[in-house]
Ligand binder design. Structure first.
Ligand code: HEM
Length: 147
């Protein structure tokens, strides 16, 4: 079981309370699709992913980015049981969508880059430590139902 200090909880809560889900979700998913183009294979039904420009202004991708952030805030609301919180979502990504679990880490890194760029100097070392820990727990929980 993952233990969280009061300070880690405060940092994670504060990141979410200042988060623009639409902006950060869209930018993170777009960045993932552009920087790691093989991740595009799962989004065949999402319209035009021809190049960086079309990805960045694709409304279906933007909407899915927002959906991912709403998925992420389930972990915030259930910090002491992230593993079970994601059991179903993990099953969906493995059995139904066949998403390679390595990709969770890639998207997580894009989220970190986008949030750090947005927060600027407020993204301190302590912030990064807590945020990275939070995302590692999410990534591991999402990967749990793979076998
Ligand atoms: C932090 C990591 C991630 C979270 C929190 C997350 C969350 C979600 C959520 C909430 C849904 C909607 C589930 C539903 O409709 O019930 C979803 C669907 C989906 N996810 Fe993820 N996801 C993550 C990573 C990824 C990655 C890395 C990929 C592929 C590279 C991916 C591909 C998909 C696809 C293809 C769908 C179905 C989209 C559709 O057809 O509507 N996800 N994800």
């Amino acid at each position: 079981m993952v233990e969280w200090t009061d300070s880690e909880r405060a940092i994670i809560t504060s990141i979410f309370s200042n988060l623009d889900y639409e902006e950060i979700g869209r930018k993170s998913l777009c960045r993932c699709l552009i920087v790691y183009p093989w991740t595009q294979r799962y989004f065949g039904g999402f319209g035009n992913l021809y190049n960086a420009e079309t990805i960045l202004c694709n409304p279906l991708i933007a909407a899915h980015g927002t959906k991912i952030l709403h998925g992420l805030d389930r972990a915030l609301k259930n910090m002491d049981d992230i593993k079970n919180t994601y059991a179903e979502l993990s099953l969906l990504h493995s059995d139904k969508l066949h998403v390679d679990p390595d990709n969770f880490r890639l998207l997580a890194d894009c989220l970190t880059v986008v949030i750090a760029a947005k927060m600027g100097p407020a993204f301190t070392v302590d912030t990064q430590v807590a945020w990275q820990k939070f995302l590692s727990v999410v990534v591991s929980a999402l990967g749990r139902q793979y076998h």
